[in-house]
Ligand binder design. Structure first.
Ligand code: CMC
Length: 486
């Protein structure tokens, strides 16, 4: 069938303009939409309305104009941001203009956190004050400590982390817009800054506590004379040694670099959760709890843990081809590969590879590295992965480093979320400082049943209790037992 192009949009007759023209072929209506910063406002499409008279309109149509359907936000920008830029095709990442490789080599985590949150590298005195403030907000209230202590020894450390931050909101009523007024963080910037240092300060303490309940050891009080990552390692590992005990500085440095690499990554699943939840003006502790919960799934920050489980399952280099075959048959996922944005190797994974060698020098080589290298090499030569532009991401190597350093598997996402708090807070602040915050409220395209009338249960058609829908999916033994009791 021949497709005709309307003459109005034939490129040869158009003078270049910074706009697009959209023609609604249902009605012939044409609209011009301005392009700004390589984006167009989705609201422009609401001018295009279906041609039906009200009575004739199909149930699933809308009188409010055309919607943009973008499940999983494949091509929808949620915010305008000055914080982080990723060029996925080139494998390039920068924060506030500084390439990640330079920050990893020359900066420290706390300095990068300042850069992300406040937009510029701090002067020496600013950095000293910033670090001092964070390291003096590391204590966690006694009642909160007791609450954390009540968690089971086998709790996933991320559920402890998420719960602790959700509870922290209850320990800071002065920081709660629900109690103090919805414009609290719009009006009171010193209070906003105070919550930022408190959240960054307490994150490592809560992380260490989540680990200490696993090993059934008392909590170690934080030390303000250590660096951010040294203090985390100290609180995790200090036992009966004198208080002068210091973690190995090479490992603290390696962890600091890993923290820089994880500090922000623009609108990923958890940071967009922070922005989404923050748009309701709820307190920042609740926002952090929500964002951290989003991070801990295996497709996001839980992938580093999943990589090690995958490599352990593969076991040895000779099993790599079989495993890749199963991935290609879509029976397995190659964890640590692929990314929504990168169509090239994630630049963080290149830096991480060097950190891995630093750590292996101190802790010994992680035996699974051979499997990891063989798997990566085989995948990068395979058409299935190259044609889909699947390359190693940050999680591919980070898990191996954490394993070599002796962290338990389920602690890996904690080592991702603690540094990511800097990114969450940078986006939270940017949003509230912009003066343009509006509550996030996506639309949906309704494809369900049309209007129908309620039928009383006595007159409803009988249906068997089998299948996978709703309550029918309850395991049979439970429903059977319950039914017998009745
Ligand atoms: N293993 C096997 N196949 C994959 C993988 C993978 N890891 N990732 C993508 N694909 C395939 C996918 O099946 C699809 O194939 P087809 O075209 O035949 O349907 C194609 O590649 C396109 O993938 P997609 O699912 O459309 O990609 P996405 O952008 O929706 O997903 C992702 C991105 C990161 C969730 C995905 O690549 C994935 O599940 N990776 C493994 C988990 C992982 O490593 N996550 C960490 C991400 S980086 C750190 C972070 O941001 O948290």
């Amino acid at each position: 069938m021949a497709i005709t192009t309307p003459s109005a949009v034939t490129t040869s007759v158009l003078k270049p303009r910074n706009s697009i023209t959209v023609i609604d072929n249902r009605t012939g209506k044409s609209i011009d939409i301005q392009i700004t910063d390589n984006s167009i406002p989705a609201t422009a499409f609401s001018q295009l309305k279906a041609p039906y008279a009200d009575g004739e309109r199909p149930e699933n149509d809308t009188p409010y104009g055309l919607r943009i359907l973008d499940p999983s936000f494949i091509n929808t920008a949620m915010i305008q941001s000055e914080i982080t830029y990723i060029d996925g095709n080139k494998g390039f990442l920068m924060h506030r203009g500084y390439p990640i490789e330079q920050l990893a080599e020359k900066s420290s985590y706390l300095e990068t956190a300042y850069l992300l949150i406040y937009g510029e590298l701090p002067a020496k005195s600013q950095l000293d004050l910033w670090s001092w403030e964070i390291m003096h907000h590391t204590f966690v209230a006694d009642d909160l400590q007791q609450m954390i202590r009540q968690m089971r020894y086998d709790s996933h450390p991320m559920s402890v982390f998420v719960s602790a931050f959700a509870a922290m909101s209850a320990f800071a009523p002065e920081a709660n817009p629900a109690l103090q007024g919805s414009d609290l963080y719009i009006m009171n910037k010193p209070l906003m800054n105070k919550q930022i240092v408190r959240i960054l300060g307490k994150a490592t303490t809560v992380a260490a506590m989540a680990y200490r309940i696993r090993i059934n050891r008392p909590f170690t009080p934080p030390r303000s004379d250590l660096s951010y990552t040294e203090n985390l390692l100290y609180m995790m590992d200090h036992m009966s040694e004198p208080n002068s005990y210091r973690p190995d500085p090479r490992l603290a440095k390696a962890l600091d670099i890993l923290f820089i690499l994880h500090a922000d990554h623009e609108m990923n699943c958890s940071t967009s959760t922070m922005v989404h939840v923050g748009s309701s003006l709820v307190d920042p502790y609740s926002c952090v709890a929500a964002a951290s919960a989003a991070l801990y799934g295996p497709l996001h920050g839980g992938a580093n843990e999943a990589v090690i489980r995958m490599l352990s399952k593969i076991g040895s280099v000779e099993n790599v081809p079989d495993f890749l075959e199963r991935v290609k048959q879509k029976k397995e996922l190659l964890f640590g590969f692929g990314h929504r944005v990168y169509r090239e190797t994630d630049p963080r994974s290149k830096v991480i590879r060097e950190v891995a060698d630093m750590v292996f020098e101190v802790c010994g080589k992680e035996p699974l590295i051979e499997v990891a290298i063989a798997l990566k090499d085989a995948a990068l030569k395979d058409e299935y992965f190259t044609s889909r532009k699947l390359f190693p991401n940050v999680d591919y190597w980070s898990g191996l480093i954490y394993k070599a350093m002796g962290f338990p598997l389920d602690f890996f996402p904690v080592l991702f979320v603690v540094p990511r708090l800097a990114g969450y807070l940078a986006h939270w602040k940017q949003q509230l400082d912009s003066g343009k915050n509006k509550i996030s409220r996506p639309r949906q395209v309704y494809i369900g049943k049309g209007r129908r009338d309620y039928i009383p249960v006595e007159t409803r058609e009988e249906r068997p209790i089998t299948g996978q829908n709703g309550l029918n999916a309850i395991p049979h033994y439970i429903s059977k037992r319950r039914l017998t009791k009745i």
